[in-house]
Design a protein around this ligand. Structure first.
Ligand SMILES: C[S@@+](CC[C@H](N)C(=O)[O-])C[C@H]1O[C@@H](n2cnc3c(N)ncnc32)[C@H](O)[C@@H]1O
Length: 213
């Protein structure tokens, strides 16, 4: 039987503490800085949300009125996410790879937190355009991911990236072995950057993009 690509089942229960062990709170902070952009009452699509801690943090900002679709390839991540306190919001959990998900309506906000670093460029680009089509005109795309620039990034960032890819290939069968620069896709889609911040000595980026109206 072939193993599914990019499935975090094996590390799901350890993922949050492992990520804090290496990055302390940087992965979390990069995502938290984006949540203030979510308008009240919006329809939100989260792809690759992991253990679901982000649902609790969103619900602390919006106690009710959000309709969230939570698409995760990992069944264990979904199980953990279902235990989160979502207050009066509505969350639909979808256990599917995002590339197989067909939305019934468009979204006001799309969140991809450390999702695209899993994909090879040939898959990242079509998935980007699929999500682009699911986002309303003028909608927001909240994007957090690692950042690596061959010319400018430091040697330890290259080493850390290589180590992470080796680890996640072993445990999660992740398909990528290097980071694809997603900014080219957002440029092609004519998105506007409304917020951008770096964390962990420039190794992690957090960007709020607005889709053209
Ligand atoms: C690097 S982890 C990040 C988890 C979470 N966003 C966080 O920061 O704590 C990537 C997550 O994306 C999920 N994932 C990977 N490929 C996916 C796909 N094609 N569709 C949906 N989820 C996917 C994994 O199961 C995992 O939970």
């Amino acid at each position: 039987m072939t193993r599914q690509k990019n499935n975090y089942d094996k590390v799901a229960r350890q993922y949050d503490w492992l990520s804090k062990l290496v990055f302390y709170r940087s992965l979390e902070n990069a995502q938290l800085s984006l949540l203030k952009f979510i308008p009240a009452g919006s329809r939100v699509l989260i792809a690759g949300g992991g253990t679901g801690w982000i649902l609790e943090r969103i619900s602390q900002l919006h106690h009710n009125g959000l309709f969230i679709t939570y698409v995760e390839i990992s069944g264990t991540m979904i199980l953990l996410s279902q235990k989160r306190n979502i207050k009066e919001n509505s969350v639909e959990f979808v256990h599917l790879p995002i590339e197989d998900f067909t939305p019934e309506q468009d979204y006001d906000v799309i969140i991809t937190p450390f999702l695209f670093d899993n994909f090879i460029p040939e898959r990242a680009q079509p998935i980007f355009w699929q999500l682009h089509d699911a986002l309303k005109k003028g909608g927001l795309w909240l994007f957090a991911d690692f950042y690596y620039d061959k010319e400018k990034s430091r040697w330890w960032q290259r080493l850390l990236l290589k180590t992470m890819y080796t680890f996640f290939r072993l445990f999660c069968n992740i398909e990528a072995d290097s980071l694809f620069d997603m900014s080219s896709c957002f440029e092609q889609g004519k998105y506007t950057v409304i917020h951008k911040r770096f964390y962990y000595f420039g190794f992690i980026q957090s960007i709020a993009y607005s889709k053209p109206a």
